[in-house]
Design a binder for this molecule. Structure first.
Ligand SMILES: NC(=O)c1ccc[n+]([C@@H]2O[C@H](COP(=O)([O-])OP(=O)(O)OC[C@H]3O[C@@H](n4cnc5c(N)ncnc54)[C@H](O)[C@@H]3O)[C@@H](O)[C@H]2O)c1
Ligand SMILES: O=C(O)CC[C@@H](O)C(=O)O
Length: 539
C-alpha cells in the first residue's frame, strides 16, 4: 500500500515490512523537507520481499522479517535498516556492514513493556493462571490442582542486567523478592546501590527459585542455560524467558521439566518462531505467549517513533541516534568531534592520491584534545577517504573499516594528549611494500582545517580544491621553473608552500592551483631539471 507519494527528485523509498504502529510512523508521514515515499507491505515471503525492495532506501522491520544477506544484497539502493525494537538478531549485521548499510534500532521504547510482561509471566507461572483459566473455560472448577507458590521471600535470578533485567529487578523487589544477578557489566557498587546481590552465572542459578534471562542472543549466550546449569539448580525452580529463544536450550529445558527438576517455565520466545507446534507447549507446566513482550500500544508507538525519527535524522544530517553497526557518539560529544570528520576524511583522501602501491598498513595518531574522544568514527572517516579513490561510493562510514580489513590493511590507532604546538593534531601514515607516506592536519581556531605536515615537511595548506605535490632536489631555480611551466599551460597558482630536509637535499612544493591538471600537464612539469615527482591531488 502506498501511503505517501512523492516525485522522483531525491525520492527516498521507505519500505515497512512488518506491522508498525500507525501513530509511531507519524513522523514519517508528516515529514515535508524530505521526499519520502512510504510503502507498507507486510507478511511477505523472502522471494517477494527481494522483488519489492530493489529500489528501496530504507527497510523498516520488527522481529518477524528476517533481513538476510540475500535481501540486503538485492536492495541495491539500501542505505538504512530500521529495527523497531531492541533485538537485531533477525538482521544480518555483517552483511549490512559489508554493504555499507547502517542499522538502527529503538533500544529504549519497549523496555517497560518487556519488563512488565516478564513480571506478568512470572506471576502467572507461580499461580498457574493460564492453566486454571483454561480449565474453568472448559467447565472445571478445580481448586486443588492449581495451588501455587508466593513470590515474597523467594529469590529471583536475573541473567543479563541491562535495561530490561534492571527494570525486572526493581519490580521483583516490589514483590519483596530477593534478587541475585549476573551481567559482565554489573559492578558490586551498582548491585549494592540497587539492593541486590551480584553473583556468577553458577551462583545465580544455584540460589534462585525463579530464573529470568535478559541477555541478547549472542554466540556466548546461546544455550547459556543448558543441562549442566539445570543440574545445579534447586529442585522446583521456575524459568522465564522473555528475551530470545535459544538462550535456554529448549531440549534440555524439556528434559528438566519432565524429570521433575524444573517446576515450570514461562516462555515468550522460541528458537523457531512462530512456534505453534513446539514440544514444550505439550507440557502442562509450560505457559507461553507468542512473542508479546513488546506488544503494547505504548511500546509499539514509542519504538516506531524512535526509529522514524532516526530515519529522518539520517537523511537530514547523516547521523543517527541509535546506530547498531557503527560506534555511536553521545549527543554532547558530537558537536566537538564532528568538525574533525571532514579533516580525517581529507587526510585519507590525500594519502590515497600520493600512494602508488596497495596500502598494507595505516597508523593514525590523534594528539591533543581530540584524543579525549571516541576516535573510532574519525578513523572510519579517514579510511573512507583512503578507499574512495578505488571504491567510490561503495565505501562509507559504516563499511570503511570492514573493507579496509578485508583488503588486508592493518589499522593502528594511537592517542596522545600532547600535540606538539597544536591544540589538536591528526597524523596519518600509510605503508605499502616500498613506500611510506605521512600527512598531518589540524583545525585552527576560527580558520578551519589545515594540512600542517606532508611527509616530514612542515606546510600550511587548506585541504580543499586542486593541489600539486612536487618533490624536487633543493637546487636554485626549481621553484621558478615550475611556476613558468605552469604559466605556459595557463595554470594559475593560488598558494605555494615549500619545505626541505636540508640545503641541497630533497624538497617538496605544495601548490594550490585554480583548476585541475591533465596527465600531460603533469608530465610537462615532471620533465623539468631536478624535479623528481609530480602528483595532482584533488580534495
Ligand atoms: N520479548 C520481547 O518482545 C522483547 C522485547 C524487548 C527486548 N527483548 C529482548 O530482551 C533482551 C534484553 O533486552 P535489553 O533491552 O535489556 O538489552 P540490553 O542490551 O539493555 O541488556 C542486555 C544485557 O545482557 C548482558 N549480557 C551480554 N552477555 C551476557 C552474558 N553472557 N551473561 C549475562 N549477561 C550478558 C549485557 O551486558 C547487557 O547488560 C534482548 O534479547 C532483547 O532482544 C525481547
Ligand atoms: O517486534 C516485536 O514485537 C518484538 C521486539 C522485541 O523482541 C525486541 O527485541 O525489541
Amino acid at each position: 500500500m502506498v501511503t505517501k507519494t512523492a516525485t522522483a527528485t531525491n525520492l527516498i523509498n521507505v519500505f515497512i515490512a512488518d506491522p508498525l504502529s500507525e501513530d509511531g510512523i507519524f513522523p514519517l508521514r508528516q515529514e515535508t523537507d524530505l521526499n519520502l515515499n512510504v510503502v507498507i507491505d507486510t507478511g511477505l515471503a523472502p522471494e517477494q520481499l527481494i522483488e519489492k525492495i530493489q529500489d528501496v532506501h530504507v527497510l523498516l522491520v520488527r522481529s518477524q522479517t528476517k533481513v538476510t544477506r540475500e535481501i540486503i544484497a538485492a536492495a541495491k539502493s539500501l542505505k538504512l535498516i530500521g529495527r523497531a525494537g531492541v533485538g537485531v538478531d533477525n538482521i544480518d549485521l555483517a552483511a549490512a556492514t559489508e554493504h555499507g548499510v547502517i542499522v538502527v534500532n529503538a533500544p529504549d521504547g519497549n523496555t517497560n513493556s518487556a519488563a512488565e510482561h516478564t513480571i506478568a509471566m512470572m506471576t502467572s507461572l507461580a499461580r498457574h493462571i493460564p492453566q486454571a483459566y483454561n480449565a474453568l473455560k472448559n467447565g472445571l472448577w478445580d481448586r486443588k490442582t492449581y495451588v501455587g507458590v508466593e513470590l515474597k521471600n523467594k529469590t529471583l535470578g536475573v541473567l543479563g542486567f541491562g535495561r530490561i533485567g534492571t527494570e525486572v529487578a526493581y519490580r521483583a523487589k516490589g514483590q519483596r523478592m530477593n534478587v541475585i544477578a549476573y551481567d559482565p557489566f554489573l559492578t558490586e557498587e551498582r548491585a549494592k546501590e540497587l539492593g541486590i546481590t551480584k553473583g556468577s552465572v553458577d551462583e545465580v542459578v544455584q540460589a534462585a527459585d525463579f530464573i529470568t534471562v535478559h541477555t541478547p542472543l549472542l554466540p556466548e549466550t546461546r544455550n547459556l542455560i543448558n543441562k549442566d546449569k539445570f543440574a545445579i539448580m534447586k529442585t522446583d525452580v521456575r524459568i522465564i524467558n522473555c528475551a530470545r529463544g535459544g538462550i535456554i536450550d529448549e531440549d534440555d529445558l524439556y528434559d528438566a521439566i519432565v524429570e521433575g527438576k524444573v517446576a515450570g517455565a514461562a516462555l515468550d520466545v522460541f528458537v523457531e518462531e512462530p512456534a505453534t507446534n513446539h514440544k514444550l507447549l505439550t507440557l502442562p507446566q509450560v505457559i507461553a505467549t507468542p512473542h508479546l513482550g513488546a506488544s503494547t500500544i505504548e511500546a509499539q508507538e514509542s519504538v516506531a517513533v524512535d526509529v522514524s525519527n532516526d530515519i529522518i535524522k539520517f537523511f537530514k544530517t547523516g547521523t543517527v541516534t541509535n546506530p547498531v553497526n557503527m560506534p555511536s557518539i553521545p549527543k554532547e560529544l558530537l558537536a566537538q568531534v564532528e568538525p574533525f570528520f571532514e579533516l580525517a576524511e581529507k587526510l585519507g583522501n590525500f594519502l590515497s592520491q600520493v600512494t602508488t602501491e596497495p596500502i598494507k598498513e595505516i597508523n593514525i595518531s590523534y594528539a591533543g584534545e581530540v584524543a579525549n574522544y571516541d576516535v573510532r568514527p574519525l578513523t572510519s572517516n579517514n579510511l573512507k577517504g583512503l578507499l574512495q579513490k578505488n571504491h567510490g561510493d561503495h565505501v562509507n562510514d559504516v563499511n570503511a573499516r570492514y573493507l579496509s580489513e578485508r583488503i588486508g590493511i592493518k589499522i593502528n590507532e594511537h592517542k596522545t594528549t600532547t600535540a606538539k604546538g597544536f591544540t589538536n593534531l591528526i597524523s596519518v601514515e600509510v605503508k605499502t611494500e616500498n613506500e611510506v607516506h605521512t600527512v598531518a592536519g589540524t583545525l585552527l581556531n576560527g580558520l578551519g582545517a589545515r594540512i600542517v605536515k606532508v611527509e616530514n615537511y612542515v606546510v600550511d595548506v587548506i585541504p580543499q580544491g586542486h593541489l600539486l605535490y612536487i618533490k624536487n632536489t633543493d637546487k636554485p631555480g626549481a621553484i621558478g621553473r615550475v611556476a613558468t611551466k605552469l604559466a605556459e599551460k595557463d595554470i594559475n597558482i593560488a598558494t605555494m608552500q615549500v619545505g626541505r630536509d636540508q640545503v641541497g637535499g630533497t624538497a617538496i612544493m605544495m601548490l594550490t592551483i585554480d583548476n585541475d591538471v591533465t596527465a600531460e600537464d603533469l608530465n610537462y612539469v615532471a620533465q623539468l631539471e631536478n624535479i623528481d615527482e609530480v602528483k595532482a591531488i584533488t580534495l
